[in-house]
Design a protein around this ligand. Structure first.
Ligand code: NAD
Length: 429
């Protein structure tokens, strides 16, 4: 993983700046996160020993609203990564027009090595250290890689205990029984799916002729694959951290989901009810999956999987970034030269934060919506954001990522300008 993922992210900002109406001082402001908290989280382990975990919470920019973004538990978490993820959250919320700035958090830990109780103590410890930094009108965490609804529930409970208030709006992605929203579980994958459906109309695709490879079969990857499969798309490859499976004829995705959830492994199976049988498939590496000759490639795991080392070998016609930052800034121009359309992360995976926003609105009002309501509101937001970005791309003849950044930067710039920039003061003096 790149040590300087944040610097890499800023290259994309510089590329987009010339296509936005933001002033240079606004771009400069966006280059620097507002605040970054580094924390040490002491955790009593099951064997009685004490272990200190390093964690971060970054608030990138709150000009458009309280900051919002997930918490990641992963051994490769770094401050640079959390800053990049917080920066992308500012842009993402602006692209889909929801009233938030960007934030992100992370803990350097391999959660698979912890017991359930150790994981709970770590999650509660994170909140203990971050409690003055977060809040429903300040900074609102959510799940990310290797964190889930259960962990969000523990975190909300800890925040409520410390502040002695019932405060569900402090965190989203919670269990439904603790104020979570219907439709949050599949929202990230569903948002990516809605983007693909818009592209399907533009390209006149027949789903049964479209092959798809998904790298990372977790929350985002499983849901986008399931929705596409239900529409007749051919899911020919999926992977997890252990490796990938490939089958030219395509997989029955519900069977893969069942196997992954019951065995924690991606396995080539076909299931009738709960009875699963192995089916023939090739076992390939994650690197080979990225280079498969497919129509749509969906990176849905981690950053930096398409770099200058392999970009030239990518054969997919379209890449949908369900993950954050899977393509490095220097790999982007190579894909562009090869006419590969990239639906960028700040658009393609914005469904998650959009339904998190719905959850927060419902928590504030104490009034809860039906699943149909959530999905139709999400669909409207994703459809209109996709088309706005697509139109800018066509009008300006620029890469889709640059178009999405330009739209986001314009919206951020408008909010920052209204708070007072150099020209704002020049106008009124
Ligand atoms: P997750 O923990 O549910 O799933 C991650 C999956 O990636 C797991 O199946 C894991 O085995 C796999 N994986 C890990 N390392 C891998 C590797 N080197 N190669 C292939 N697979 C690997 O996480 P998630 O929530 O689905 O997040 C995935 C991506 O989507 C991240 O980039 C995250 O930031 C982004 N995202 C998630 C949400 C959300 O709501 N969960 C929202 C927006 C963006």
């Amino acid at each position: 993983m790149s040590k300087d993922i944040y610097q890499d992210a800023l290259k994309q900002l510089d590329r987009a700046a010339q296509h936005s109406h933001a002033e240079p001082e606004t771009i400069e402001r966006l280059r620097h996160p507002q605040t970054a908290l580094e924390m040490s989280i002491p955790v009593r382990m099951d064997d009685g020993s004490l272990k200190i975990f390093k964690g971060y919470r970054v608030r990138h920019n709150d000009s458009r609203g309280p900051t919002k973004g997930g918490i990641r538990f992963h051994p490769d978490v770094s401050l640079s990564e959390v800053k990049a993820l917080a920066f992308w959250m500012s842009l993402k919320c602006a692209v889909v027009g929801i009233p938030y700035g960007g934030g992100k958090g992370g803990v350097i830990v391999d959660p698979k090595s912890l017991s359930r109780l150790e994981l709970e103590r770590l999650s509660r410890g994170f909140i203990e250290q971050a409690v003055d930094f977060i809040g429903p009108l300040k900074d609102i965490p959510a799940p990310d890689v290797y964190t889930n609804a259960m962990i969000m529930g523990w975190m909300m409970d800890e925040y409520s205990k410390i502040t002695r208030t019932y405060n569900p709006g402090v965190i989203t992605g919670k269990p439904i029984s603790m104020g979570g929203s219907l439709g949050r579980d599949d929202a990230t994958g569903r948002g990516a799916y809605y983007c693909i459906k818009e592209l399907e109309k533009k390209r006149g695709w027949n789903p049964s002729e479209i092959t798809v490879a998904v790298q990372g079969f977790g929350n985002a990857g499983q849901h986008v694959a399931s929705l596409l499969h239900a529409d007749g798309y051919k899911i020919v490859a999926v992977s997890d951290s252990q490796g990938a499976i490939y089958r030219k004829e395509g997989f029955d995705v519900p069977s893969l989901v069942h196997a992954k959830q019951s065995t924690r492994k991606v396995q080539p199976v076909y299931c009738e009810g709960t009875v699963c049988e192995g089916i023939p498939a090739d076992h390939i590496t994650n690197e080979e999956l990225i280079e498969l000759d497919v129509d749509v490639l969906i990176p849905a795991a981690l950053e930096n999987v398409i770099t200058t080392d392999n970009a030239e070998n990518v054969k997919a016609k379209v890449i949908v970034e369900a993950a954050n930052g899977p393509i490095t800034a220097d790999a982007d121009p190579i894909l562009e030269k090869n006419n590969i359309l990239v639906i960028p992360d700040i658009l393609a995976n914005a469904g998650g934060v959009t339904v998190s926003y719905f959850e927060w609105v419902q928590n504030k009002n104490g009034y809860y919506w039906s699943l149909e309501d959530v999905q139709s509101k999400l669909h409207n937001i994703m459809r209109s954001a996709f088309n706005e970005v697509y139109n800018i791309m066509q009008e300006k003849n620029i890469h889709m990522r640059t178009a999405a950044y330009a739209l986001a930067v314009n919206r951020l710039a408008d909010a920052i300008h209204a708070q007072g920039t150099h020209s704002y003061f020049a106008e009124i003096s």
